[in-house]
Design a protein around this ligand. Sequence first.
Ligand SMILES: Cc1cc2nc3c(=O)[nH]c(=O)nc-3n(C[C@H](O)[C@H](O)[C@H](O)COP(=O)(O)O)c2cc1C
Length: 233
Amino acid sequence: MKILGISGSPRPKEQSAVYRLVETVLENTGMEYELISLRNKSISGCIACLGCVKDNVCKVEDDFTPIREKIVKADAYVVGAPNYYSTINAASHAFFERWFQFRHQAGNHLWGKLAVTVGAGGTSGRIPADCLETFLLYNFIETVAKVHGQGAASCYSCGYGESCQVGIPNMLHGPGVKITEDMIPDVKKQPDVMAAAVNAGRLLASRLQSDHDRLAVTDTMQAKMMSMFESAV
Ligand SMILES: Cc1cc2nc3c(=O)[nH]c(=O)nc-3n(C[C@H](O)[C@H](O)[C@H](O)COP(=O)(O)O)c2cc1C
């Protein structure tokens, strides 16, 4: 069994809260995994050409193309994105729009698979974790756990963080804030968040290894999606 990890942060992995959390979840599955970062990748959103409807293969050629087969072959996913303007960042959105190619006819490549979603934000990562769960639901993938934490907003290192009226340091600590190393959010310093990442990895592995029934998960997720549609009307 193999798990595919996706980090949607454009920042280097050493700086990225999303990358760190996705990696921690993957490490704690104890299973074989591959972690792909969307940093420096050129991936467009879905262009609604409908070229994928017959064979479930997207006809747009870009950096998504070599990842497609890894998505199909993976038994589960650990996917993470940063909070940009109270939704997921554009790179992650574009990437997950392209999963539209798997949604047609009997293109049963992803149905009933399992996932963990991860989010990080300058205030909270809950929104991206929830948003990714919804993306996955469209392919009848069950999110077994969500992990979210507070990452460092760029305002802490931009050079104007102490005086900027609309920066995160001012908003969180008030006017006249003096930025010190210990106040810069870092998921590694949030024990509850790191514990949630460890537990999510273990839960995903245990679900995969205990008679994971893809058909049953597919039915449950399909019902969940229908009820989401009904309540949205
Ligand atoms: C363009 C932009 C918009 C952002 N908007 C939000 C936001 O609306 N809410 C929030 O909590 N954080 C916001 N952030 C902060 C990021 O979510 C935060 O820095 C997070 O740690 C990024 O994840 P990463 O460390 O994995 O790159 C924004 C950052 C950028 C660059």
